[in-house]
Design a protein around this ligand. Structure first.
Ligand code: TYD
Ligand code: MG
Length: 461
């Protein structure tokens, strides 16, 4: 028997950096107060240390000339769920490790159980470390579908799980969740940094060796990252993250990393009594049907990933109750909001310095498309002057520091999406080119913010 000693090491819970002693600040990622103490056994090589990344060191393979490598497209499995297939880049790639992250109660287990139930013929091994097999059965009964190909395995020891999976050879394996799994080669408790890394590394090796795709579920830490941003994200092939309010009906699944497709994809689901329903037209949920315009509301024609859609931007501008005005934004970068307010003040002469400004993006969506700037400016001005933007008007443009309105990518697709949803007028930059404009759509080209105000509110700043 080899003697196994234990030693105490410190891991950064943000990036997984290992250190022999405690430090206030991680030297690798610069985060403060992230080092956690863990006991590891020395004498056994760690799987995570042996292989980190896509290839599998120690697989005994020889170097091959690039020209001799089979370059035919990877085999993809359709999940019979249009939104999931699209966000994965056209289906689940064989031998890929997909991480689904999100807050508790958002629907990770529901989604990953729904996939095999709605794909008849897909033999799935569903490993649950959080719920009993009976609880999974009750959930499956709510979801409906074909449960003949689904094996439920209630286990948390990775060594047993992998042995079973190699015997069964399913078409898909789901592991719920990475935080409950552990391996005996490491002595720290389940959920610790070293166990999470080891579990993910073992699953990656399993997926690559057998070609069986693995869906791994991970909880989000309080900082909003999946067990530390870099620990898992660099090991797995695909990271999908659930966003949204777990009390609300709509859930947004965003692709953060994808080795086999685009990362700017986004899918919307609605939580119903029978599981998650795909929302193929997200604009419908993001723009409520007001008959007439309300003050402080403007609609932005934005693009998330490859798909254009419209989102309602709401602003409230009121006199500051205290000495320091408050600026708060939900779903939008506060620094960007402050910048837009400064531009309005300096370049267009609006005195917003003594006003509280609150901004909200509809539907719990987080927006980073600069094309939303113009709608934010319009919503702020509309609330400030208590003047409604007509309900059939929307906006797409970026605002520059000198108050100019800059063109945004794929303006014609945004215009067409707005037209399809019944909008009659769109404000865009006068500097870009647009073609394929639907007949009847009123495209107003504005060069800067004063021109926008004149056209929109018939008001000279
Ligand atoms: P769940 O998938 O258990 O979340 P996670 O695994 O991310 O923690 O989410 C379950 C939530 O969804 C729970 O609050 C109940 C609700 N739900 C429905 O509304 N309808 C359903 O059909 C199911 C299965 C769950
Ligand atoms: Mg769960």
């Amino acid at each position: 028997m080899t003697s196994i000693r234990q030693k105490t090491v410190w891991f950064c819970s943000s990036c997984g950096n290992e250190s022999p002693k405690w430090m206030g600040r991680c030297p690798a990622c610069g985060e403060w107060n992230t080092m956690v103490e863990e006991k590891v056994a020395v004498g056994k090589p760690s799987g995570a240390a042996r292989q980190q990344g896509f290839h599998v060191p120690g697989s005994g393979q020889k170097p091959v000339p690039l020209s001799e490598i089979d370059s035919s497209a990877e085999t993809r499995i359709s999940l019979h769920n249009a939104e999931m297939d699209r966000i994965l880049g056209g289906g689940l790639v064989e031998g890929s490790l997909v991480l689904i992250g999100g807050e508790p109660g958002i629907g990770k287990s529901t989604l990953s159980l729904q996939i095999p139930l709605h794909c008849s013929g897909l033999r799935t091994l569903y490993v649950t470390g959080e719920e009993s097999a009976r609880q999974v059965k009750l959930r499956a009964a709510r979801l409906g579908g074909d449960d003949s190909g689904c094996l439920i395995y209630s286990e948390t020891l990775m060594d047993n799980i992998l042995a079973e999976a190699r015997k069964i050879e399913p078409d898909l394996m789901v592991v719920d969740s990475v935080q409950t799994m552990f391996t005996q080669s490491i002595d720290s408790s389940p959920g610790s940094v070293s166990q999470i890394r080891e579990t993910a590394a073992l699953l990656l090796r399993f997926a690559k060796e057998t070609g069986i795709p693995v869906i791994l579920i991970g909880h989000i830490t309080k900082e909003g990252s999946i067990a530390g941003p870099k620990i898992l994200e660099h090991i797995v092939d695909v990271v999908l993250q659930f966003e949204g309010d777990s009390r609300g009906a709509y859930r947004i699944l965003r692709s953060i990393k994808n080795r086999f497709g685009s990362t700017s994809e986004l899918a919307v689901f609605e939580m119903t009594g029978k599981g998650l329903r795909e929302v193929s037209n997200p604009s419908e949920m993001l723009i409520p049907m007001h008959e007439e315009g309300l003050s402080g509301v403007a609609v932005s024609a934005m693009l998330d990933g490859t798909r254009p859609f419209l989102i309602e931007v709401q602003a409230l501008v009121s006199s500051a109750a205290y000495g320091t005005p408050q600026r708060s934004a939900t779903g939008f970068d506060v620094r960007r909001l402050n910048m837009l307010l400064a531009v309005l003040e300096k370049r267009a002469g609006f005195k917003l310095g003594a006003k509280d400004v609150f901004l909200n993006m509809a539907g719990g969506l987080r927006v980073s498309d600069p094309a939303c700037d113009l709608a934010v400016v319009a919503a702020v001005l509309s609330s400030n002057f208590d003047f409604a933007v007509p309900a059939d008007t929307c906006f797409a443009g970026e605002v520059g520091l000198s108050g100019e309105i800059r063109p945004v990518t794929q303006t014609d697709r945004r215009i067409n999406e707005a037209w399809r949803l019944g909008f009659k007028k769109i404000y865009v930059s006068s500097f870009g080119n647009t073609d394929n404009i639907p007949e009847g759509m009123d495209v107003v080209r504005v060069p800067d913010i004063p021109a926008l105000c004149r056209s929109l509110f018939r008001q000279q700043p």
